[in-house]
Every structure is written in structure tokens, then in C-alpha cells.
Design a binder for this molecule. Sequence first.
Ligand code: TRP
Ligand code: SF4
Length: 373
Amino acid sequence: MADQDKIDPWGAIEIKDYNRLLATFGIKPFSQLRPLLVEQGIPLHLYMRRGIIFGHRDLDIVMNEFKKGKRIAVLTGFMPSGRFHFGHKLTADQLIYYQSLGFKIFVALADAEAFAVRRIPRETAIKVGVEEYVANLIALGLDPKKTEFYFQTNRGTPYYRLIQLFSGKVTAAEMTAIYGDLTPAKIVSSLTQAADILHVQLEEYGGYDYVIVPVGADQDPHLRLTRDLTDRLREVIDLTRPASTYHKLIRGLDGAKMSSSRPDSTIFLTDPLETARKKLMAALTGGRATAEEQRKLGGIPEKCTIYDLYMYHLILDDEKLREIYEECRSGRLLCGKCKRYAWSLLEEFLREHREKLEVAKEIAYKIVEVPGF
Ligand code: TRP
Ligand code: SF4
């Protein structure tokens, strides 16, 4: 594998070529799966229809087993290291979708990882975990009664036992081959993430038959490691390889990788309206240098971060989205007007979300067990 193909799940990576990723790592294109899901009567999520979820491993197997009545868990995790933004919402929406299909949802709050890799103080990780992540997930529509949220450091002995077992089943050289250079903190975080993914199959945590892990494409190294560990552990514990889906990472408003360390590139779900409006108005578009040129040549939605927002979050109706695409391409729609429209949608969303968040925060503290030490 060429070095350029190594993915650092902790780095500020930008994946330019998703097809290359599929080919290099043997991830299956999601497009092939769509007809199968439709045939099984499983409604496709917007991200599945629009190619935002572009790849998967073994989702076909798990969906088949689901149809046969097997118990399926869906698990993902969030590092409580910054505020909840529209990139995180991508994962949240998928959890809500799987919940609507009847799957059991687990959410790992990766406080151990946040401390080890990002040096986030413990109290901060806990506060952010509950008030930003759990609260926003609930406010977005995840049903707190049907979701199990947990902090990594609080998950109990059988979970930790898995991490010990894993540590004896992989060599440093193999880890380097997957991740590149590693620190002890990153090694422990990877094994902890593998425990997150697999522990829901243990009796103590519900004994689910299969687990699906919806993540951003940058998390695939962890899944490769976890799948290898599952195979190697088989004589000790019989676990099933996790299935996973991969979504494209939404770009920041400046066109580069979205990151909470560059707050202007990202709209947080708790941004005051005026802050959000300013960020949106300053966002990179696919517009031309002058209005005249744009009328003549049309805009380029593929380059436009406003269009990204429409596609990922603001326009749920496919027909309406196509209409905007065509209006932009043909030069009939100019960026100023388009941004004002985007803002009207975003403003409404943020206003409603803010109200839900008040209630959600109170619920969050009641349902999550906060680590006691
Ligand atoms: N490492 C993930 C991140 O940085 C968070 C995470 C922890 C996770 N445990 C997980 C993701 C289990 C998926 C499954 O965002
Ligand atoms: Fe983007 Fe809209 Fe401008 Fe097209 S018209 S480039 S979609 S802001």
C-alpha cells in the first residue's frame, strides 16, 4: 500500500478520491446495494440516495440477517472534544434512520480517546459529551428511551476485558501497517474503539447478533483492525465481523476540511443566529467572478459549499434539490439570492433546534451515567 493511501483517523485528512478508497481497501460501493435494499422493502435514507454514503462493508449480509429476524445493533461514537456541528449531524441522521427501522442504537462517548489523543480534560469531555453530543442527538430526534449512550471510561469490566484480549492479538508492525506512525495513546484508543464496536455482541451488553457502524470515511482503519481482531479472537470468543457504512466528509464553508478548530469553517448547531448567518454569507460558492459571467456560464454546484448544505442537510426533497442544481448550472440563479434562500432554511432549522435543545439537555443528564471518578 502506498503511503498516500494510509488514512490517519486522528489527522486533518482530506479524501479527494473516494473511488480510489473503495478500490484500495476493498470497500464495496454503496450504489450496488441500493437495489437490494429496495427489493427488501427497506427505505433508502437521503444520504444513500444522494451518494453521500458511498461505501460499505457487509451491510448486505446484515440486512439479510435482519430480514430473518436477527437482532441488530447500530453503534457509533463521538469524541467529545469540540462542539456539535453539521458534520456530526450526518452521523446523527443515520442513527435516527436506523432507529426508525427498529435497530437498537448505541452511542459511545469517546472520553478515553479525547483524553489520550487530544488531551481534553476529563471534566470537559464529560460536560461536552452530555451537553453537546447527547443533547444534540436527542434534539435532532434520536429517541432517548431507545438509545444507549455511554462513556468509554465507564463501560465496565467485560468491555475492558476485550481491550486486554485484543492487545494480545495484534503486533506493533501490523498496527503500523494500518495506521502509520502510532503513539501508545493512539494504540490504546484504537483497541478501545474496537471494544466499542464489538462489545454489544457480549451477553452483558445485550448479546446482539450483528453490529453496523456508520462512520465517516476516515474511520475505516479502525474497522479494518476490528475485523481482523474478530477473526483472530474466534477461538476465545465467537464474535461476528462488524458491518460498516462510510459517508463522505462534508467540507467546511471555506471548501477545506470541516473542523471545529477553524470555527468559521463550520456551523455549530448552537451558533447564535447572527453568527451562523455571517458564516453562511461568507461561505465559498461555485459562483463566477461577476454576475454577468455567471448568467452566461452558470455556477458550479459541485464546488459550492452552500450546495453541500442543501444536499446534506437543508433540502430533503430530491426534486427541489435538482431544481436548484439546474437553476445554478444554467445561470438563472445567482449566488446572492441563493445564499438568502439557504439562510432562510438554515434559520428555521436553527430556531427550531434551539428550542428542542433546552428540553434535550435536561433529558441528557438524566439518561447518561456520568463517570464517577
Ligand atoms: N474515533 C471516533 C472519532 O474520532 C469516535 C469513536 C469512538 C467511534 N468509538 C467509536 C466511532 C466506535 C465509531 C465506532 O470520531
Ligand atoms: Fe452555489 Fe447557489 Fe451560487 Fe450555485 S447559485 S454556486 S448553488 S450559491
